[in-house]
Design a protein around this ligand. Structure first.
Ligand SMILES: [Zn+2]
Length: 377
């Protein structure tokens, strides 16, 4: 296993969205006019033309331990400090385009961190993530954005492995985010991270909630936390043990990104989960066509008194078909959840079923149908 797999950020997980038909995902192709333009107006990197850049590229592939099936291009752009990776899904090679401003701004080691970052997008097949604008509704849109930000965290770790030193990565991030060169920057990272604290105190920023990339503040903090993990310190043989396990670090990063982006994603996911649980549970209890005293008590314990009272009055005036319709609606909404959240619903419904008194064939088949609805990937 390559270290890129070992260090992959755990929330950067393509399996969370397997419910999208694979074919649909594959439609995301190379058909990007912007990239086409870049390619037609760019110059391919070779040892004879751009020896120092070519050397940086070689260094990266030897550090990452993967084959160089890439073409690198430099494009004239003195305004934007950018690098991009263009690839056909499932193909074994890719084009990486770097702007001239990027090359001018970064030293050879800093450039290595950028090159490794882009190469890893290909290695991790991040192009298979769905485009955020293909989301079917707002919650799915927010979930896609969250995954897209997670992809950047993994790629930044690859940047660190590829450049061999966290300072290279942090310096390149600071230069890219400010557009300034060494001449102006004193690399005092902790004072930069104070800005993150201020940002969190402002309870996030609406624009960041809709950004496909985490802020550089989050990304630098994520990298610094990564460098405090046990796994990192083992890999770089620092003779330190590391403060946290990598999994714990990943959780901290996830929380921090959410704080900056605002909690709309969590809130809307939670609402959908609760709704599915509530209607799913009720459907299981009603398998025998009655909402018995025991059922009501269990229901109340889980969902509270207020909800139970309103469900009881709804049952008094409604036919079963109305209830079934509400169940259907709740489970349709739950389709856009990430796999982990769907699994949470399934597990809780199983618990609820296990607590019911009768365990009749009817309630069992209802449970199975509900599970199938979430599981139909
Ligand atoms: Zn990236």
């Amino acid at each position: 296993m390559n270290y890129l797999d070992k260090f992959r950020y755990k929330y950067d997980n393509l399996n969370e969205i397997v419910h999208l038909e694979t074919k649909k995902i594959k439609e995301k192709t190379y058909n990007n006019q912007n990239l086409k333009n870049l390619l037609s107006s760019s110059v391919k990197v070779s040892h004879s033309l751009f020896p120092t850049i070519a050397k940086s590229i070689d260094n990266v592939f030897s550090k990452l331990g993967i084959n160089n099936n890439f073409n690198f291009f430099i494009t004239a752009n003195h305004v934007e400090t950018q690098a991009a990776c263009a690839m056909m899904p499932q193909s074994s090679n890719a084009e990486i385009i770097i702007t001239s401003k990027m090359v001018e701004l970064l030293n050879a080691q800093e450039l290595e961190s950028v090159i490794a970052h882009e190469v890893s997008h290909f290695y991790y097949q991040h192009n298979l993530y769905p485009e955020v604008n293909k989301a079917r509704n707002r919650t799915e849109f927010l979930n896609f954005l969250h995954l897209s930000r997670a992809a950047e965290i993994s790629a930044d770790r690859a940047g660190l492995i590829g450049s061999g030193d966290i300072e290279n990565s942090l310096r390149s991030m600071l230069k890219i985010s400010t557009g300034l060169s060494d001449k102006y920057i004193s690399f005092n990272f902790s004072s930069y991270l104070d800005q993150l604290r201020e940002l969190k105190e402002l309870k996030g920023n609406q624009n960041l909630a809709y950004s496909t990339h985490p802020t550089f503040l989050n990304r630098m903090q994520a990298l610094i936390w990564f460098s405090m993990s046990r796994e990192y310190n083992e890999y770089f043989k620092t003779n330190k043990t590391g403060t946290y396990d990598l999994s714990k670090v990943d959780d901290k990063i996830n929380d921090s990104i959410k704080k900056v982006a605002g909690d709309e994603l969590d809130i809307s996911n939670k609402e959908i989960i609760n709704k599915a649980l509530l209607w799913g549970a009720l459907r299981i209890y009603l398998a025998d066509k009655k909402f018995s005293k025991e059922d009501q008590q269990r229901f109340e314990k889980r969902f509270g008194e207020k909800v139970t009272i309103s469900i009881k009055s709804l049952l008094n005036i409604s036919k079963m078909s109305i209830i079934e319709k509400r169940v259907e609606e709740a489970f349709n909404e739950a389709e856009v959840l990430l796999k982990t959240d769907k699994q949470k619903i399934i597990n809780t419904l199983k618990e609820i079923f296990a607590e019911t008194v009768d365990h009749s064939e009817d309630s069992k088949s209802i449970l199975e149908k509900l599970i199938l609805k979430l599981d139909a990937n």
